[in-house]
Ligand binder design. Structure first.
Ligand SMILES: *Cc1c(COP(=O)(O)O)cnc(C)c1O
Length: 496
């Protein structure tokens, strides 16, 4: 199985090349040359998470041996890295066919762990295959969770370095502490004065800066990406959709083939795109419901066919979704226009030049055939956290609450009561201050852990061990730069 670029279908690469390279030379994203199918008997086979991951990854990583895939999968998902060695437990949320797919039982308590625990392993195998002697420098722009998950995944991984940029006022205090206390001799963390889009654009600029690249290669290094523009980030996310459907069928919650809707709290469009790929592979997923906060550029896009980032940016209670440029949408556009790279180039040029583009009627129809979009504001987010806890005893984080609201709104608007998988992307304890506020809990003055303790005392829900372990840890990193000094910071850290 080879990969092609969304902006140049003549550019073909093997799986190991795309995992190492991250993004194509001309700025496009790599996608599989064709999407493999899962046969019904393959889906119905009762497999544990690791075996499922081997099955799905095996379809995409043509240049890897089964033994290599197995070693990567077992390394990532066993050995207690995930609570009970269960990376993606399903939780029945009530009698109305709503299930939570909980993806936050890993080392950083957010769903990014599912991809970032395995990506360094896939990269190491890829580097060995290509006999790469260069040190791989991972540059990350984060809206909070990717940064910590990448640091945790790559810390002290041989032959790699990780540099993370996060928006100074755009992540929660707990997320900040998680990143600033990261151990490992190959990591650096820097705040930037700006929002996530500034951080992401800055990283993209550094990636494509020819002078930086040659300085780097003179020192025996090369850049790569752990953001979801890297195929190696996206691929492991397909696994949990296959796994979740198979688990529902196996437990008799759905008859095999019966559609299950999926609701995903969305920012960069990575997670929901993985659901789309699972659906295209034959998993009987129904509607893909894209949930946004007040930064509702995707809701408008799905409803009108016009993507327009020229709008105010609102910091919200769900900061990992405060995004106006959803990079992974490019991969979906490529499919919607029947893989016409010239059309993708035209749309992306328009986005770069004017901050907007519009789909042809045909592309918009195809989009609406599969996706629905809903959004909610912070007040609604808090109301959902309150009622879901009161009525069902389930504590949601602010991102998952946005998805829950979208699920309610979708069901209300359409009357479609098919079983729904609400993707739960973070532990509520990562956003304890907001969750306390939503529940009307008064947090006494104290330190960063006061909201956590208040929330725990009031709800009895267990605090995840990785968060508990942060108590009393001193931050190692306190650097701050602007979007214009990011490149200088990178040069400084790498000694270029
Ligand atoms: C990253 C993140 C999201 C958004 O996921 P995308 O793949 O960027 O759409 C949602 N919720 C949480 C908690 C996240 O960390």
């Amino acid at each position: 199985m080879n990969y092609i670029s969304t902006r140049d279908t003549a550019c073909r690469r093997s799986a190991d090349e795309v995992i190492l390279q991250g993004i194509s030379e001309e700025g496009g994203l790599f996608v599989p040359e064709e999407l493999p199918l899962l046969r019904p008997d393959e889906m119905e086979a009762p497999l544990d998470y690791c075996a499922r991951a081997e099955q799905v990854l095996g379809k995409f990583l043509g240049s890897f041996t089964p033994e290599e895939i197995r070693a990567c999968v077992r390394g990532a998902y066993t050995g207690g890295r995930f609570e009970n060695d269960a990376p993606a437990p399903l939780r029945r949320a009530g009698t109305d066919g709503v299930y939570l797919l909980e993806l936050w039982h890993g080392p950083t308590c957010a769903f990014k762990d599912l991809a970032l625990q395995i990506l360094p392993r896939l990269m190491a195998v890829s580097a060995a295959k290509r006999e790469t002697k260069e040190e791989i420098v991972i540059l990350v722009a984060t809206s909070g969770d990717t940064g910590k998950a990448a640091l945790e995944g790559f810390a002290d991984a041989p032959g790699t370095r990780v540099l993370v940029f996060y928006p100074q006022n755009g992540v929660s205090e707990m997320q900040k502490l998680q990143m600033r206390t990261q151990g490992g001799n190959n990591v650096a963390v820097c705040a930037i004065e700006g929002n996530f889009d500034d951080a992401q654009s800055g990283v993209k600029r550094i990636f494509t800066d020819g002078r930086m690249k040659s300085l780097l290669s003179a020192r025996g290094m090369r850049f790569s990406s752990a953001n979801s523009i890297n195929w190696g980030r996206l691929l492991p996310q397909i696994v949990y959709y296959v796994h979740a459907y198979a688990a529902l069928a196996e437990e008799g919650k759905v008859a095999f083939g019966e559609p299950v809707n999926v609701v995903v709290p969305t920012g960069n469009f990575g997670n929901i795109l993985a659901a789309y790929y699972a659906k295209r592979m034959g998993v009987p997923l129904g509607r893909l419901i894209c949930a946004s906060n007040r930064n509702n550029v995707l809701t408008d896009f799905i409803r009108t066919g016009v993507y327009d980032r020229n709008r105010p940016f609102f910091p919200s209670l769900s900061p990992s979704m405060d995004i106006l440029i959803s990079s992974n949408l490019e991969r979906l556009l490529f499919e919607l226009c029947s893989r016409d790279a010239a059309e993708v180039r035209r749309l992306m040029l328009s986005l770069a030049a004017a901050g907007r583009y519009s789909l042809s009627g045909n592309m918009h129809d195809l989009l609406r055939d599969i996706f629905s979009g809903f959004y909610c504001d912070d007040e609604r987010t808090k109301a959902v956290i309150r009622t879901v806890f009161k009525e069902r005893g389930i504590l949601l984080d602010t991102h998952t609450a946005v998805a829950w609201a979208a699920c309610e709104d979708y069901r209300e608007a359409t009357g479609d009561g098919a079983p729904a998988l609400v993707v739960s992307t973070a532990s509520p304890y990562k956003f304890a201050g907001s969750v306390c506020d939503a529940l009307g809990l008064r947090v006494p003055d104290g330190d960063l852990f006061s909201p956590l303790d208040t929330l725990h005392t009031a709800t009895g829900c267990p605090v995840p061990a990785p968060i508990e372990r942060l108590r009393g840890k001193e931050p190692r990193f306190s650097d701050v730069c602007t979007k214009d000094t990011m490149a200088a910071y990178v040069s400084g850290v790498l000694g270029l």
